[in-house]
Design a protein around this ligand. Structure first.
Ligand SMILES: [Zn+2]
Length: 295
């Protein structure tokens, strides 16, 4: 992508994967074939001819002049994800993508996690001599304490089970950060700096947060997995099978869409295919996502 500007801040994106992993009616249990058909017509290229949703798995790099911040870190390399062939033992060269944006791993000051699902924390760590070590040696990793505590509890019950992707991700991509004393567990409304703050947006996961940024009168919001696919702007009540609490996810999604519609806020989702970012506007009783070319 071209670097996107939010006031004086710049945002780059590193795409690890982009493909069509799930049937829309499977991923959105309440989606009818008619809804999918309407979305296919109105969102060209974002749903395949056989009804699958095109998704991206990417990270954002936010540069403020003072900070170099990674927002979510995709799936990672060499991570065991049994039964999920597209993700198991990945070999994507994320660091080449980072280098393409002119950023060295040592230069990353913070990694901010919207939530701790395995496909958002993968590059938190990398495998060196058989051990998982922090990929960004000088970074502080900001995680919401509520989110961390929930997954810590899941891990205590599920560790050793190879069929729980989240427990596996917690073990190889979150715990090594805590053990290396690089994690900072924060409240849901933590402010990193003036104009960079978390906001609770629970539902997709128990402690999910979004990250609001503001610079020079412009605003942006890194929304993590509050919205997975633009079909949810056409039908904002559609929750996903990946949502921890589908009803809470629906309520927070509606509130987030409402808050940012017609404001010009740049919305940066973690799974929208290229171009990925845009602004929300009202369109009758639903909404439209106006993609920013090259984002
Ligand atoms: Zn997620």
């Amino acid at each position: 992508m071209h670097t996107l500007k939010i006031g004086a801040y710049s945002v780059g994106r590193i795409t690890e994967l982009q493909f069509a992993p799930f049937a829309a009616t499977e991923f959105f249990p309440a989606a009818s074939p008619e809804m999918v058909e309407k979305a296919s017509r109105e969102l060209p290229g974002r749903i395949t001819a056989d009804g699958k949703i095109v998704m991206s798995f990417h990270a954002f790099v936010l540069q403020t002049g003072r900070h170099t911040i990674l927002v979510d870190t995709c799936c990672g390399a060499d991570k065991p994800r049994p039964g999920r062939e597209q993700f198991n033992q990945g070999k994507q060269d994320f660091l080449a993508g980072l280098a393409g944006l002119g950023v060295k791993p040592e230069a990353v000051t913070h990694v901010m996690c919207t939530h701790l699902h395995w496909d958002h924390v993968g590059w938190n760590t990398r495998l060196v001599d058989g051990r998982w070590v922090p990929t960004f040696p000088n970074a502080r990793y900001i995680m919401a304490k509520r989110e961390y505590d929930y997954w810590d509890g899941v891990y205590a019950k599920e560790k050793g089970r190879s069929d729980n992707m989240h427990a596996l991700g917690f073990e190889d991509s979150v715990l090594p950060i805590v053990r290396a004393q690089k994690a900072i567990l924060v409240e849901d409304d933590f402010e990193l700096d003036k104009g960079i703050a978390l906001e609770p947006c629970h539902g997709h996961s128990p402690g999910h947060v979004v990250i609001n940024v503001a610079s020079g009168g412009k605003k942006g919001v890194f929304i993590g997995d509050v919205i997975h696919h633009p079909i949810q702007l056409l039908f904002p009540d559609l929750s996903t099978r990946a949502d921890f609490d589908q009803n809470a996810a629906r309520v927070t999604r509606r509130a987030l869409i409402d808050k940012h519609a017609d404001t010009g806020t740049v919305v940066l989702p973690q799974h929208f295919a290229t171009p990925s970012c845009g602004t929300i506007s009202r369109a009758g009783t639903a909404f439209r996502f106006d993609f920013i070319e090259g984002s």
